[in-house]
Design a protein around this ligand. Sequence first.
Ligand code: NAG
Ligand code: NAG
Ligand code: ZN
Length: 331
Amino acid sequence: MAAMSSFFLLIIGLFLVFTTTTTSFAELERFEEPAKGADGSLSFLVVGDWGRRGTYNQSQVSLQMGKIGEKLDLNFVISTGDNFYDNGLAGTNDPNFEESFTKVYTAKSLQKQWYSVLGNHDYRGDTEAQLDPILRKIDSRWLCLRSFILNAEIAEFFFIDTSPFVDSYFNTPEGHTYDWRGVTPRNNYIANLLKDVETALRESSAKWKIVVGHHAIRSAGHHGDTPELVKQLLPILQANNVDLYMNGHDHCLEHISSIESPIQFLTSGGGSKAWRGDLKGTNSDDVKFFYDGQGFMSVQLTQTNAEIIFYDVSGKILHKWNVSKELQSAM
Ligand SMILES: *[C@@H]1O[C@H](CO)[C@@H](O)[C@H](O)[C@H]1NC(C)=O
Ligand SMILES: *[C@@H]1O[C@H](CO)[C@@H](O)[C@H](O)[C@H]1NC(C)=O
Ligand SMILES: [Zn+2]
């Protein structure tokens, strides 16, 4: 009888192990970052659209990132894509990797893991080179995948490959060639990605849910909103209580609040060339801050508080925003 019931329990146990591993096994690769200290706080910088061998103020932005990074004692750095101009990397031995990354972001405080997504310019080169683990032998900070998840205890980050969503890169490439290896057939790629992101967001129990992509959902800058993401991605983010969406692509800094959900749209694309000079007047959400020049963003998270700061090329604070989770749920 005892043998019988323990056999029965074993079967149940095996069944539970099997079902939990299969249901929580998403297609998206997962990484872990331990939070700091007993309070589980996290701090990181976000920079985008940068790799120009130090030119267009890239080195100045890097210098200030180093100083702010020192103060904040960073956990890691996030790159919102367009990592290497003009056409990504030509291969894993392209000197642009070291000239635009290793030799530019030299500050001690920036010697942390960098989590990067690909931008449209990265797709114009040998896309797979940027994803190749061999780059980590040259600079161990580098980690770039198309889409992946970072679990940092109080926060979970969902990095999304947004270039394949943009119709014009496929329909009117305007003389540019894109390396879509691993993306075609495009419709399957997008459908699978959306399904994986939706599942992962739904299953996430993190206090803060943060989504990172290269293209803006909302932007008042040169490229404006990305309609494909507004249509296909935004509803998933809203339905799953995403707190922050972070992107680059427009070479500026901006903070836009959604008027229909708590999600905040944050553009940090000021890593090098900027000053485009075309602010779009019309926007369907609430533009809290827009800066056309170079700079970057810091994020400090605690269990109950998120503080977001934008800095210019001299390290000056341009915009600061605080949100409390407790206040939000009490409202
Ligand atoms: C570098 O930054 C300064 C200060 O914002 C700006 O005046 C200058 O135009 C920038 N240079 C370039 C090449 O963007
Ligand atoms: C913003 O958050 C920080 C913690 O990150 C806190 O020290 C600061 O007092 C807050 N500021 C405001 C204005 O609420
Ligand atoms: Zn871009």
